[in-house]
Design a protein around this ligand. Structure first.
Ligand code: AMP
Ligand code: ZN
Length: 116
């Protein structure tokens, strides 16, 4: 499943360093290298899925696990009582720049709306 030319597959494999905040069998979470908020964590399934538009029925349990994990990571980052935002940029106009599905967990400041 892992792709040698995929940045996040390489981070998952430990071939590229990252500041990991959580890891289990299915998911890795690490700090965004260019944070857009005081807390900016990327939660990444270890399985290479190109984007939300490429999710398949077989990924149902995996994505459920990602969502549960996200809320636990938010709590571990001190955000549970404050609030936070999840962002999944998808495709070109969605602003996706890395072709491995990832969930941005943003918090530690008040978020504006609409996003840019
Ligand atoms: P997106 O634009 O939604 O595809 O998000 C990609 C995110 O990956 C951006 O917020 C980048 O700052 C982040 N990023 C790129 N390279 C790295 C890296 N080596 N380690 C951690 N985060 C990265
Ligand atoms: Zn990948």
């Amino acid at each position: 499943m892992s792709q040698s030319d995929c940045l996040f597959c390489r981070i998952v494999a430990g071939e590229i360093p990252s500041e990991k905040v959580y890891e289990d069998d299915l998911v890795t979470a690490f700090k965004d290298i260019n944070p857009a908020a005081p807390v900016h964590v990327l939660v990444v399934p270890k399985k290479h899925i190109t984007s939300l538009a490429h999710v398949e029925e077989e990924d149902r349990a995996l994505l459920g696990h990602v969502v549960l994990t996200l809320s636990r990571i938010a709590a571990s980052q001190g955000l549970d009582g404050r609030g936070y935002r999840l962002v999944v940029n998808t495709g070109d106009e969605g602003g996706q720049t890395v072709g491995h599905i990832h969930f941005h967990l943003l918090g530690g400041r008040r978020m504006g709306w609409p996003p840019g």
